[in-house]
Design a protein around this ligand. Structure first.
Ligand SMILES: Cc1cc2nc3c(=O)[nH]c(=O)nc-3n(C[C@H](O)[C@H](O)[C@H](O)COP(=O)(O)O)c2cc1C
Length: 449
């Protein structure tokens, strides 16, 4: 069964989406909208909502770029774990996946946060593990510069190990809470981690009972070799960033082939690329929607945005020249950057052509057409082993999500590709993922000191 994840993304994922007449008009700091988006997605039987995150207001050192900012670049937005706790109270089945960085946080705090959401939501929590590629994040966390990629991943690897270890702190039946005998907890069923590593020293145990899912789901999105290797070892789901079916097929085969050495079966990780959907009752309606949005992107904004992606100021160049040389990827290099530069070189695109390609979906593939045409494309990718599902990015909120749920979901259900109703008790079960056993499966474990 295909998995569908929804990214609420403020007022829309398209660069000009927030300016569209159908977009929510008020501030993105609106809990009601996040709840409404999650409820619409739940009506559409989506597996989960996913909130991306960062730890800084970006681009303030480039005033022209900053002035061209837009809501989905997140100059302002909720802290995801906090807002998803609130969403948990207004939804029943849909999973709640929040992003938290391993570079500027502590494993004990993160283990507590996600164990809490898992309890609050009765087993619907997921953690999108990111390492923070944006250099400016460091400046808010008492550092002068970001960690290099290898160090970020060394830290992330140890961080995730520690968090999983902390989630195993208590056996499921560790709290008998027997009023008659006066025994509240069973001291033989608590485990002290005693972790001393390169980056972290964490004694444990966690002061939260075992999460309903055993471990909340681990999502990852790192596309580098280190990122993929970590996902193959630890993740339940991985977001993809391919620009075509072929590139997603390669990434899918690659990530699944890395898992055996960690004793994992390929279907223990769901590969979920992002995709941007422009659907209409007719082809014309979909085309019109797409064009209306393109018209909302001024060339100035397009050039500024592309400059931001490729990490070079392109404003001094003629828009109809080929994309000029850009410096090689450095610490803050991203997979989107590499993909955009390679595409421009391969197809000899001008600056204008490049931003027009990238901007409609901020880098992810675009699918446009009637419900049947959109479903055909999703089916082709899914059956062609390019993915296990999709992270649906909605160009305008709430219109695009309402259209997807109202038009595309029924088509996928009719074809037997997507669930008609939720089954299972937890996000893990609904996504067809195994529930991890505690590392202390033998009796007793390490008694608390
Ligand atoms: C769908 C998707 C969502 C992502 N969400 C975030 C995010 O919320 N916060 C973040 O810092 N990075 C996010 N990233 C970036 C990745 O975590 C990662 O840093 C990036 O893909 C570069 O890969 P690398 O770190 O392995 O070089 C996302 C990437 C993708 C493809």
């Amino acid at each position: 069964m295909m998995n569908l994840i929804m990214m609420p993304n403020a007022t829309g994922a398209h660069l000009g989406g927030w300016r569209h007449p159908d977009a929510w008009t008020d501030t993105v700091m609106n809990l009601g909208h996040v709840v409404e988006a999650a409820q619409i997605a739940e009506r559409g039987k989506f597996d989960a909502v996913f909130l991306a995150d960062g730890n800084a207001v970006r681009e303030m050192d480039k005033p022209a770029l900053f002035a061209a900012n837009f809501p989905s670049a997140r100059p302002a937005g909720f802290e995801p774990a906090t807002v998803l706790s609130a969403v948990a109270m207004k939804t029943e089945k849909i999973g709640l996946v929040a992003t938290t960085t391993t570079s500027y946080d502590e494993p004990y705090s993160v283990a507590r946060r996600f164990a809490s959401i898992d309890h609050i939501s009765n087993g619907r929590a997921g953690w999108n593990v990111v390492t923070s590629q944006y250099a400016g994040d460091a400046l808010n966390y008492s550092r002068d510069e970001n960690f290099g990629r290898d160090e970020r991943y060394d830290r992330a690897e140890e961080f995730v190990e520690v968090v999983k270890g902390l989630w195993d702190s208590w056996d499921e039946d560790a709290f008998p809470q027997d009023k008659a005998t006066g025994q509240y907890l069973d001291p033989g069923k608590v485990h002290t981690l005693n972790h001393k590593g390169t980056h972290f020293s964490v004694k444990g145990p966690l002061n939260i009972a075992r999460p309903p899912q055993g471990h909340p789901l681990i999502f990852m999105a790192g596309q580098s070799d280190r990122g993929r290797e970590l996902a193959a070892k630890q993740a339940d789901a991985m977001f993809g960033a391919g620009d075509s079916m072929e590139s997603c097929q390669r990434a899918y085969a690659d990530i699944k082939s890395r898992m055996a050495k960690y004793g994992r079966a390929p279907d223990e990780l769901r590969f979920i690329p992002g995709i941007s959907i422009f659907v209409g009752r007719t082809e014309k309606e979909a085309d019109d929607f797409y064009r209306e949005l393109q018209d909302l992107i001024s060339p100035t904004l397009g050039v500024h945005y592309l400059s931001k992606i490729v990490d070079r100021d392109l404003t001094q160049f003629d828009l109809d020249e080929e994309l000029p040389e850009v410096p090689a990827t450095v610490k803050s290099g991203t997979s989107l950057r590499t993909y955009v530069i390679e595409m421009a070189r391969r197809e000899k695109l001008t600056i204008r052509q490049t931003y027009q390609r990238v901007v409609p979906a901020l880098g992810s593939p675009v699918v446009k057409g009637t419900p049947a045409q959109v479903a055909d494309k999703l089916e082709e990718w899914y059956r062609g082993k390019a993915c296990d599902g999709f992270m649906i990015s909605n160009p305008v909120m709430p219109r695009a999500l309402l259209n997807f749920v109202g038009m595309v979901v029924p088509e996928l259900q009719k074809r037997g590709l997507f669930r008609k109703d939720y089954e299972g008790d937890t996000l893990r079960q609904r996504m067809g993922l195994p529930t991890p056993a505690s590392r202390y499966t033998s009796q007793g474990g390490l008694a608390a000191e």
